[in-house]
Write a protein that binds this ligand. Structure first.
Ligand code: AHR
Length: 576
């Protein structure tokens, strides 16, 4: 990976070069559209109330039935994006959730103490249960998304009854209830989770590997009796920095329940300190944010291999996939700062944030209202590249759900006055609408400095982030074909903070000519501020720029610093 400066480039803004080899005659894998999935969590920082559900808002549906109170503007944006799948009701919230609290006439539903997110930050909370199963499924139908229901995995009967309520076609107490609640036909919910992060002491119903594996098996067996077509996600764990614990967890799960599962879950979070980093540290933070997809990809590959190995050891023939059913970039800040609140414009409400001292990294929290930035957009694009590449593994990534769909660091920000498409919304749009499902092998020859890659939010004893030395290529490129093979899409991230990279595309070692023109879309190219974000008053600051048809002479294109570019070529000969 030699550094390759382009002759004649101005000294203050060096240009770099990269050659991208694409093999169009071989498939690396098939990217499942569910890798572009999302997550909504009960009682979680504006996901539901004030997010998808906003009773009394002039922007909400005002007609009787489960759709009453759903925000029309949110549905429209999600429909246009093509949200493939949404996990609900959690997350941590799922572990304490009883689905029967959330059905029937809204005013008759029980108010419960909310023990998952309530009580944190000194704010005890109550759950009114006005948004429940029928509301969520009505929302999914309107938004065109597949539901993924996650049960608490603490009661087989409760789980069985939930499947019966949503999917069973016969005449039972629960199917009558469903009809009485306005939906005589089964909903046909395909994706079901068997709990959340059960390995963690923070979870209600936290259990040992063996206990959980036995519970997962029993849940799976009886849920499948109600509807054999359901697809089940078992709680996996890569160990969160302790590989041996992840191995023991995964082994127990697969030995006991593996033959009944379709997916094994994994959760990955990145960490950014740009909110409180001193001015001179901001460049490092940028580098840290955009490099973290490397950690995600390494974790996904390692976990896929572990699942493959343990499934084989357990004699499981059923195909398994990974569900990265929680992921995001967490914006951290000192706990000494005032608790962040949503601002009316789509930002965090103004507050005094004293400069953070050296020891501030010891006590950090996630700012759940921090808007998504251009740097995040590059990170998300990098994760999509990793997910596309991991679609070809023996245990592929078959689903991914970002945390979250709306508010709480999401691609869609909802406020009383309207909806903001965050910088990261445009990444979904680019990859869902302008890349294809057939993933091709790609090799990038280009500059790749050695950097410490932050491994999630893990801190060492000194309060420093755990980082591994890795070669971090400035360029990350994926190439895909449309289903009919008529279009070749090349998505390229230039992570370099200041330098343009001249990319040269070579197909099949030069044997396949490249059309001289392509349509070109870019994100971030015209911006200088990598922490730029969108608000209601400045909605398009970070957005895709459609440049129409452009020349790509000799397969060459210049990629501006800190940007994403997607080139789409019409193929003369689509091949097989
Ligand atoms: O940030 C969302 C929470 O993070 C989820 O509820 C939990 O599963 C994860 O630890």
């Amino acid at each position: 990976m030699a550094s390759d400066h382009v002759a004649g480039a101005p000294a203050d803004r060096p240009e770099l070069a990269a050659t991208v080899h694409i093999e169009t005659r071989r498939e690396l894998g098939r990217a499942d559209r569910k890798i572009y999935g999302h997550f909504l969590e009960g009682h979680f920082f504006g996901n539901i109330h004030g997010g998808v559900f906003d009773e009394g808002s002039p922007l909400a549906i005002d007609e009787p039935g489960p759709a009453a109170g759903l925000r029309r503007d949110v549905i429209e944006v999600c429909r246009a994006l093509g949200v493939p799948v949404v996990r609900w009701p959690g997350g941590n919230y799922a572990s304490a959730y009883h689905w029967e609290d959330g059905i029937g006439p809204r005013e008759a539903r029980p108010r419960r103490l909310e023990l998952t997110w309530g009580g944190r930050e000194g704010q005890p909370r109550e759950e009114d249960n006005r948004f429940g199963t029928d509301e969520f499924l009505a929302w999914c139908a309107l938004a065109g998304a597949e539901p993924y229901l996650n049960n608490n995995a603490r009661s087989v009967e409760e789980a069985v009854r939930w499947v019966e309520y949503t999917n069973y076609a016969g005449d039972t107490h629960y199917t009558r209830l469903r009809a009485a609640n306005g939906h005589p036909e089964p909903y046909g919910v395909r994706y079901w989770g068997l709990g959340n992060e059960v390995y963690g002491a923070w979870q209600m119903g936290h259990r040992s590997a063996e206990q959980y594996a036995a519970d997962a098996r029993e849940h799976a067996r009886f849920m499948r009796l109600v509807d054999p077509s359901i697809r089940l996600v078992g709680v996996g764990w890569h160990g969160g920095g302790e590989a041996s614990r992840g191995e023991a967890w995964t082994r127990a799960l697969l030995q006991q329940a593996g033959s009944l599962l379709d997916y094994v879950s994994i959760h990955l979070y990145g960490a950014s300190c740009h909110l409180f980093a001193a001015a001179q540290e901001q460049e490092q933070e940028y580098e840290a944010v955009v490099a973290q997809p490397l950690a995600f990809e390494a974790e996904l590959r390692a976990y896929a291999e572990l699942v493959r190995r343990e499934a084989r050891r357990a004699g499981i023939e059923r195909p398994l996939a990974l569900a990265l059913d929680e992921w995001n970039m967490r914006h951290l800040e000192p706990v000494s700062w005032p608790i962040p609140q949503p601002g009316a414009d789509g930002d965090v409400a103004p507050r005094a944030t004293p400069s953070a001292g050296q020891d501030s990294r010891q006590r950090l929290r996630v700012n759940r209202w921090s808007p998504r930035t251009l740097a995040d957009a590059l990170f998300y694009a990098g994760v999509f590249h990793a997910l596309q590449r991991c679609s070809g593994l023996p245990v592929p990534v078959g689903m991914a759900n970002t945390v979250n769909l709306v508010n709480a660091n999401a691609p869609i920000v909802v406020r009383p006055a309207g909806v903001v498409k965050a910088a990261t919304y445009y990444v979904w749009e680019l990859y869902q609408h302008h890349t294809g499902p057939i993933v091709l092998p790609v090799v990038v020859e280009g500059p790749a400095p050695l950097r410490g890659v932050r491994w999630g939010a893990l801190l060492d004893a000194e309060g420093q982030f755990v980082a591994r030395q890795e070669l971090v290529p400035y360029m990350d490129v994926v190439a895909t074909l449309s289903e009919d093979r008529h279009r070749l899409h090349v998505a390229a991230i230039n992570r370099h903070r200041t330098a343009t990279v001249r990319m040269r595309l070579v197909l099949d070692g030069g044997a396949t000519p490249l059309p001289p023109t392509a349509t070109r879309r870019t994100l971030g190219a015209e911006l200088d501020d990598v922490w730029a974000y969108n608000t209601l008053s400045r909605p398009d600051r970070v957005a895709t720029r459609d440049q129409g048809s452009v020349e790509v002479p000799d397969g060459q294109a210049d990629l501006p610093p800190h940007s994403i570019t997607v080139l789409s070529f019409a193929r003369r000969s689509p091949g097989r």
